[in-house]
Design a protein around this ligand. Sequence first.
Ligand code: DAH
Length: 342
Amino acid sequence: MAIDALKSLEEQGLAELRDAVDEAALRGWNTRYFGEKGLMKSALAELGKMPKDQRAAYGQEANRVKVALESAYESALADAKERALQASLNAEPLDVTLPGRSAPRGRVHPATRALRQITGIFADMGFRVYRTRDVETDENNFELLNMPPHHPARDMWDTFFTTTPGVVLRTHTSPGQIHVMRESAPNPVRVILPGMCYRYEAITPRSEIQFYQVEGLVIGEGVTMADLKGTITSFARRMFGPDRQVRIRSSYFPFTEPSIEVDIDWPKDDPNRDRLTKGTRWLEIMGAGMVHPSVLRNGGYDPAKVTGFAFGMGPQRMLMLQHAIDDIRLFWQNDLRFLRQF
Ligand code: DAH
């Protein structure tokens, strides 16, 4: 095949492209020219049979024709697709009055919802939200909260230990108090610390191995038990409404003196009332008290100058009380029939 033949191959190819009416015809053309046994392929194969002195010129021309045909094909294909699209749009006009298909709306987890409600109420009372770590040192989780190693009070918190000695999963949010105090001393403090806690416990309708707490800490000159009581009752009024009862009774925690616990009455009309409250009709929602002088000292404060109160509450317990949810295990089971009710 000589150089002239390449020229007519090009002309023939372009003419056939112009005649191709649709995408299928164009694809057929492409196979005829660029397929395994295509015309372009055999034209290129000629190169090997050429006398040496003609090879360079033939090769160059063959390449030029190949590129020209390829690009003509690509643009013819794009035109054909565009024509087909226009034709189908004209043939089946879009019905914009059809109702849309709505995507299902997501929602926050009920435990997150409770956390947000709680932080909202405390934000109104001027509390700042402070985040601390889930993995803690034994020192922060126990020792600096007035529980030296082997102190019997540690029995109140069944603990997950890590393989690193002295490092535990926090059993409560109280170690956050140490972090806040050491960052803030000697200035006054008014914070809440929401977060996850972990306990190596039997799982029952009332307790899980993993649950949220919201810790609170207030430190300043002249802070009293009356401030604690006022803060807790106004919080409970907003969380549970005016009709629910709040009960405050004395208790013991190593890091507070005096210590109290706070209960809310279980909804009266709930048939599970006695089972969930162990017959008492009350469910505990928090421990609290006046910060122990040693804990204030560990945080860098002078207990002769300032006092403080602290509390640790269970947001999931509160949601249970609000809606008469009879099993705390429902929170982490991810059963959509439960979750969709919130
Ligand atoms: N950390 C306690 C617990 O998990 C709850 C608690 C009690 C927190 C008294 C406090 C407090 O801040 O003052 O059982």
